[in-house]
Design a protein around this ligand. Sequence first.
Ligand code: IVH
Length: 679
Amino acid sequence: MSKKNTPTEIAQEIQSLKEQLNYHAHRYYVLDDPEIPDAEYDKLFRRLEHLEQQHPELITLDSPTQRVGGKVLDHFKQVTHEIPMLSLSNAFSEEEIHDFAKRIDELLDHETFNIVAEPKLDGLAISLRYENGLLVQAATRGDGYTGEDVTQNVRTIQAVPLKLSGNDYPEILEARGEVFMPKAGFEKLNRAQIEKGEKPFANPRNAAAGSLRQLDSKVTATRPLDMFCYALGMVKGEHPEQPIKQTHNEILKQLQHWGLAVSPEVKRLDNCQQCLDYYQDILKRRPELPYEIDGVVFKVDSIAQQQKAGFISRAPRWAIAYKFPAEEAMTKLLAIDVQVGRTGALTPVARLEPVFVGGVTVTNATLHNQDEIDRKDVRVGDTVIVRRAGDVIPEVVGPVLSRRPENTQPYKMPDHCPVCGSVAERVDGEAKSRCTGGLYCPAQRKEAIKHFASRKAMDIDGLGDKLVEQMVDAGLINDVSDLYQLTVKQVSALDRMGDKSALNLIEAINKSKSTTLPRFIYALGIREVGEATALALANHYKSLEAIESASQEDLQEVPDVGPVVAHHIVTFFEQAHNQEVLKKLLDAGIHWPEIVSKDETELPLAGKTVVLTGSLSTMARNDAKARLIELGAKVSGSVSKNTDIVIAGEKAGSKLIKAQELGIEIWDEEQMLALFNQE
Ligand code: IVH
């Protein structure tokens, strides 16, 4: 810069940078709707840092550079809550929610009332005190009456404004809410902890609490914390143009108006049924939410009605937490069994004393592999924590060491397959060891047949897991081709099988003979050949013979097929017994319509390079990719000037921005689906 700026100009630039940065941080962290690329933000930030270094006298507390952590404390000061921070009464059943609604109805002398529903965030309650718009204090809930001063730590949370937006806020505003750690940040933090040889946190709540209780706020600054506000505390000196609103719902909007973050899931409801529906809906979406919640909270909307309903001991009568079934529970580990998968992978499974967790009774939980067992040091006889989140397979989180009995032994996976006795091998770089018995192993055979019959493969109706196991154990079938030799008589002789169901099964088996090439390839159960790869192979080669005779190099021409998958495909077709089974299957009459080679240049996306970015809401990315390829596109992972179309799903980021900069044609998911449907 040639001209030296005057002190006023510098002060003005600093002020402007602070305002811009605060504005963009709010868009990014609170509204989840960034306006500028990260790099632009960083540039502004560095400019401000630079100016402040030159003029330290111009640094103010609300500067975004002042979030990085301050001096190390030797203890936290105590803070008295002028208005106590209360807790909530809990409900665990629909009946208790009906009772709650009835109670409110009586307390309010049958006035009509509305309810505001919110997620119950699984973090810790924090109070934020703003004086003349500036954050001056942040405190934990403590026992509800006195908490700890964690201001320095809370200042590092990007979603907490250091200065409120606008100028119509009260002189003193206390906002309350939950500080939490989003799931993704938690996973990342734990990976880093393990890498550093430090203990991982048991769950996001503990990680959030641990991060806020750091005496060195520079550590907190590295932790991915977030915050949603859900209540007002003390308010003094309201702005005449913006008096505090009279309903909870509007107060939350007001907090947003001042730049504070509020959960996007908040809803104003009219009746009890809507509350129950809200609970079910959130419970269903719980696994997809980016943060942990442990229930929902219902609050009477009108502040006047809240006052009328009043309090009971330490909880308001006008609110209730409807808790989800606990996702973690404690039980005894009775034994560790080893299961053999379709491709021979050995998985240790914990046999547990039955325990009610995540809404169901759990008796088995996965232990993943030897490394996981070692890391957690889980032993037979231990009392363990079991976790079942949503529909995810239950898993053992870890042992409760204080309850470990004497004489327990660390667990070692067997070096032989527990089913067929073949050697179990662990290939370098793989987490699991594998039975080397191949289709000699009854366990692998059973799994291969189950896979062959499954819905996305040959889709044999009525051929469930138990039936397959019975038929293999009875020696009726040894491989998938034997299915096509079964007779009604043989099947009807099996346990719990009448003539009618036997006949139905044979019919279903016959019906499966008419299939498609991609389904058939997928059904063969070649390692790492999922649906998308099977489809890509079929489209590329058009016939089974062509796939069989393709070399490893050839195969890698197929989108999505790398050296490892290509190797698995070649090895599969090289095996004599696989060839035998294939021949028997084709002899039995399995067939599919020919894939006609269309003139490639006539395909709608012929010659186009397409990039998929962001997340798709209606289909798996791999399936979309396979369809695009079918339509002639070349699908690439990165945007360049050679890209023709970028398909942007939700939360598309840098690739979308780059595409916009390069002026590339951009489609949304709907446009892509429209093309798929049309074709
Ligand atoms: S309202 C007077 N709303 O639950 C009501 N609390 O059991 C005060 N929590 O200490 C709390 N999400 O840590 C409220 N949407 C929400 C909440 C919530 C989580 C926590 C909070 C509180 C505890 C009460």
